[in-house]
Design a protein around this ligand. Structure first.
Ligand code: AMP
Ligand code: MG
Length: 404
């Protein structure tokens, strides 16, 4: 058996970020910037008002209350048709450009407009710059907006839109094929014949990939048949940036995945000191990374979390690869026998009102018991030789769709 760290390092050193591509900003959410983005524009592009009210010359308001002549109105999207002279004011709406000559805005609530006489009473004295948003207060030409490596979220994309950038250079999300292997598997809803079970791994893995922000491709279900397996892996390696298979990586007599991948790829077959998910294979078919995940449903999910997801995140340009771990209080003993492996136990819980995680152990800890994996909010990490008693702290990996 090799350690978890050794297996993970083996995989991570053999994958690399994909070459950058240019994509429209509208399709860039969640992708990683491949190069620095600099602005050529100014935001706001012109000085404008932050309030509905009256544009004034601040020094005219010193002896407030004062009455000024209203010489016009500026709406957002328009421009003043004349400059402002001493003793004058202009009605102005939020976002409208400041009229030339005006240097402050009095909010409408502190004014009394008399339309009959075209005058406004200004109730308060305001300093120059009052409620004025200066040109370039957000962005100036030449500003570095976001460095390479930034994960583009809603706010980033809004900033790019605000400076008129329509296309960005990003690392594309990997296209990942998923194949299930095994003569016992059924995927068409038909009644089970003796010895058959339904294929659950494919849907699980396709969904995990989508949740992780990758493009998942269903490569189907293949029998334990050498030529069928070869055809699917060759097609997957050609069409996809990576392939995930489940099943056929352990010591069974009909594990033809092993035979085929050894012939057409450069694979390493690993026994990792973890439970579940001990057997795992990784290698390249051509230049395409192939992840041979174990067949047991919980094992395939845990193997995905520990090996495939971090590697695929690296391919997608991320630098934070694994989910952050944290400490939790276990309300159940997490006793274990010594077997030389780190155990990943399915636990449920979450942060209490102080933010401290409180967890309980779920009942079904077998690698075939997917229901409690589905209900798990975290995996508790219990190394060999460690006994967690009720009330002890334990390291956990929170699961779910959010975060790195
Ligand atoms: P294997 O790695 O092929 O020896 O499979 C290990 C266990 O996982 C066996 O009990 C298989 O029946 C089961 N298994 C393999 N593939 C799947 C799948 N796609 N969905 C559900 N169970 C599976
Ligand atoms: Mg099998």
């Amino acid at each position: 058996m090799i350690t978890l760290d050794e297996a993970r390092a083996h995989v991570l050193t053999r994958v690399a970020p994909a070459p950058p591509v240019a994509v429209p900003v509208g399709e860039a959410a969640g992708l990683v910037l491949a190069s620095d983005v600099t602005s050529t524009e100014t935001v706001p592009p012109f000085a404008n008002t932050a309030m509905d009210g009256f544009a004034v010359i601040a020094s005219d308001t010193t002896d407030a209350p004062v009455t000024l002549d209203v010489v016009g109105t500026v709406a957002a999207g328009a421009a003043a048709d004349r400059p402002l002279a001493a003793g004058q004011a202009m009605r102005i709406m939020t976002g409208a450009p400041m009229p030339p000559g005006a240097d402050a805005v009095v909010m409408v609530e502190r004014t009394r407009h008399d339309e009959a006489t075209a005058t406004v009473e200004i109730e308060i004295a305001v300093p120059a710059g009052n409620h004025v948003r200066g040109a370039g207060e957000d962005v100036m030409p030449g500003d570095l907006l976001f460095p390479a490596g930034t994960v583009l979220g809603a706010g980033h994309l809004g900033v790019l839109a605000s400076v008129g950038i329509g296309t960005v250079s990003v690392i594309p999300r990997p296209v990942v094929g998923v194949v299930s292997t095994g003569d016992e598997l059924v995927d068409d809803g038909s009644p089970l014949r003796p010895g058959q079970i339904r294929d659950s791994n494919r849907l699980t893995l396709l969904t995990l990939l989508e949740e992780s922000g990758f493009d998942a491709v269903d490569l189907g279900l293949v029998r334990d048949d050498e030529s069928e397996i070869e055809r699917v892996f060759r097609r997957g390696a050609e069409q996809c940036d990576a392939v995930l298979s489940s099943g056929g990586v352990s010591m069974g007599a009909f594990d033809y995945v092993k035979v085929v991948l050894d012939r057409i790829g450069d694979m390493r077959w690993m026994q990792i000191a973890i439970k579940p998910a001990k057997p795992f294979a990784f290698g390249l078919v051509g230049a395409t990374p192939v992840f041979g995940l174990p067949g047991n449903p919980v094992s395939s999910m845990v193997s995905y979390e520990l090996f495939a997801r971090p590697a695929l995140r690296r391919m997608a340009g991320h630098t934070i690869l694994s989910r952050p771990t944290r400490s939790a209080v276990s309300h159940d003993p997490l006793g274990r026998h010594d077997d030389g492996k780190t155990h990943f136990l399915r636990v449920v819980g979450g942060p209490d009102e102080t933010g401290r995680w409180q967890i309980r152990k779920l009942g079904g800890q077998g690698s075939h018991q997917l229901t409690d994996m589905a209900g798990a909010t975290a995996l508790a990490v219990v190394p060999d030789g460690v006994e967690v008693r009720a009330g002890d702290e334990v390291e956990i990996i929170p699961l779910g769709t959010l975060g790195p």
